[in-house]
Design a protein around this ligand. Structure first.
Ligand code: 3PG
Length: 378
């Protein structure tokens, strides 16, 4: 099915049913959602579809952010109703008849059970994709943050229904595209733990960036590759040789000057870490230096926290967020962990763009597009 215009959702949708893939994968604790940024970001689209007269079938997944175990939406339907300001009919089965029962419930929004429970979703099975398509009259991808996955609800379904990019998804693509050929001076800030998830991004941005700051546990790995003592700090030993191979001689890459080795401590000179110590966060001197540098840049892309958040080391990430939020520099932020810090600070509106994407943001920046976006253009 050829897409007429994947950006323009028709105005009159009376009597039509929209199958909308959203990303409601928010952190959950004790059966309660902890953040709601992604959900909030989809609200304008949902109300736009309802105003135009459509019924909505929501496809989404939710998982335990640590174990990645898929969870049921059942226990949080009430919380979702309050966030969405609408009654939701929760449909547990992926069958046409179950969806029809949902549609007849009187609610304007049907939420289907975690789509990753359904056979055929993650392997993009065409039969399952066709089943999903049979639920509605058209499809909207409003899940930019899942669009790096070649799943049936992202890629397969677009073969069988007129398919559109939702406004949130479109904004993500437009804003993140600015970083593909960035305004200069351009600063890339990379944090987090796993080198493999950031490798492609760093490789692609090496020629484009004017400076690349490495923080988080990733910095520990770089410092170790440079022969510095990092004590018992979390790092990625397997990445050390790769770093030596690809990033050793770059003059663009820089690291923390100081680090926090325990909660109450001030910053400690990064060259003075003792074998029994651990680097848990970057230090205040480094944050100050970054803010000074940020003042001189035109664009910043930041993905990944600067400290060990799970152990409560969020201070430098918070301080840098605060500092950057006061500047005129365009800042593009993303990554699930960075978002979890931002969510508590309520500073979203202060930044040029806060991406809902974690892996999707990294892949988009590294590859220039995503499978779920490309299929909408065909
Ligand atoms: C995310 O949390 O980045 C998205 O919801 C995608 O989740 P996934 O990595 O489990 O596909």
């Amino acid at each position: 099915m050829r897409k007429k215009s994947f950006l323009v959702i028709p105005k009159n949708l009376k009597g039509k049913t929209a199958v909308v893939r959203v990303d409601f994968n928010e952190p959950i604790k004790g059966g309660k959602l902890q953040d709601s940024f992604r959900i909030h970001e989809t609200l304008p689209t949902l109300s736009m579809l309802l105003k135009r007269g459509a019924r909505i079938i929501l496809l989404a997944h939710i998982e335990d952010s640590v174990t990645k175990k898929q969870l049921s939406f059942g226990p949080i339907v009430g919380q979702l109703e309050r966030l969405i300001h609408s009654k939701i009919s929760f449909v547990k089965e992926y069958s046409k008849s179950a969806v029809d029962v949902g549609l007849s419930s009187g609610a304007k929004i049907d939420l289907l059970e975690n789509i990753r429970f359904a056979k055929g979703e993650t392997d993009n099975n065409p039969v399952f994709a066709r089943t999903l398509a049979s639920f509605g009259d058209f499809y909207v991808n409003e899940a930019f943050s899942v669009s790096h996955r070649e799943h049936a609800s992202i890629v397969g379904i677009t073969k069988y229904l007129p398919s559109y990019m939702g406004p949130l998804c479109e904004r993500e693509v437009r804003r993140l595209s600015e970083a593909l050929s960035p305004a200069h001076p351009f600063l890339l800030i990379v944090g987090g733990v796993k080198f493999e998830t950031k490798f492609a991004l760093m490789k692609v941005f090496m020629p484009k960036a004017d400076a690349i700051f490495i923080g988080g546990a990733l910095a520990n790995t770089f410092l170790r590759a440079h022969g510095l003592e990092i004590g018992k700090s979390v790092h990625d030993e397997e990445a050390v040789s790769k770093i030596k191979e690809d990033f050793f001689t770059s003059k663009k890459i820089f690291f923390p000057l100081d680090a926090r080795v325990n909660k109450g401590a001030k910053g400690k000179d990064i060259t003075k870490i003792r074998p029994k110590e651990s680097i848990y966060d970057i230090g205040p001197e480094t944050v100050k230096g970054l803010i000074d540098l940020a003042r001189l840049t035109r664009l910043i892309v930041w993905n990944g926290p600067l400290g060990y958040l799970e152990k409560g080391y969020s201070k430098s990430t918070e301080d840098l967020l605060k500092g950057l939020s006061r500047l005129k520099t365009k800042v593009i932020l993303g990554g699930g962990d960075t978002l979890s810090v931002l969510d508590h600070m309520k500073l979203h509106k202060k930044f040029y763009h806060v991406s809902t994407g974690g892996g999707a943001m990294l892949d988009f920046l590294a590859d220039g597009s995503l499978p779920g976006i490309e299929v909408l253009k065909k």
